[in-house]
Design a protein around this ligand. Structure first.
Ligand code: HEC
Length: 117
C-alpha cells in the first residue's frame, strides 16, 4: 500500500503540481528587440570611439598597438597573464594597458568606459 503511494501517487502529484505552474515563456516584442539592439549598438559605437582615443595622460590610443583590435584575444580570458602575475580577466588586462602604455588611471571594472571597451 505505502509502496504504491510512494511509487505512483507521489510522482503523479508532482507532475500535476508542475503542470499547474504557468509556463515561464520568454516573450518579447519587435519593440523590445529594437530597444536591446539599439542600446547594445550605442555602447559598441562608444567603445569604437574610445578605442581610437587617447584615454591616459599621453596621446597614445589602443588602436596604435592593436589596429583592428589585433592581438587582443578577448575570447582567451580569463587566463594567467605574465604582466599581472595572476589569472586575470579581460578587464584587468585592459586596465594594464590603460595604466602602462597609455599612462592613465585604472578604471573600476564596472566603469561605463570599461564596459564599452
Ligand atoms: C603601446 C602599445 C599598447 C597600447 C597603446 C595598448 N596595448 Fe594592449 N597590449 C599591449 C601589450 C604589449 C600587451 C601584452 C601582450 C601579451 O603579453 O599578451 C597588450 C595586451 C592587451 C590585451 C590582452 C591580449 C592577450 O593576448 O591576452 C588586451 C585585451 C589589450 N591589450 C587591450 C588594450 C586596450 C583596450 C587598449 C587601450 C585602452 C590597449 N590595449 C592599448 C600593448 C598595447
Amino acid at each position: 500500500m505505502w509502496n504504491m503511494i510512494a511509487n505512483r501517487i507521489v510522482p503523479l502529484v508532482l507532475i500535476l503540481a508542475f503542470a499547474a505552474i504557468p509556463a515561464q515563456t520568454d516573450e518579447f516584442t519587435k519593440a523590445d528587440e529594437k530597444k536591446w539592439r539599439d542600446s547594445f549598438m550605442t555602447v559598441v559605437l562608444e567603445g569604437d570611439v574610445l578605442f581610437h582615443s587617447p584615454l591616459g595622460s599621453n596621446s597614445v590610443s589602443c588602436d596604435m598597438c592593436h589596429p583592428n583590435a589585433a592581438n587582443t584575444h578577448p575570447e582567451t580570458y580569463p587566463k594567467f597573464q605574465k604582466q599581472l602575475g595572476k589569472v586575470a580577466g579581460l578587464r584587468d588586462m585592459i586596465n594594464w594597458c590603460i595604466k602602462n602604455p597609455l599612462e592613465g588611471k585604472e578604471l573600476p571594472l564596472d566603469d561605463p568606459v570599461m564596459i564599452a571597451l
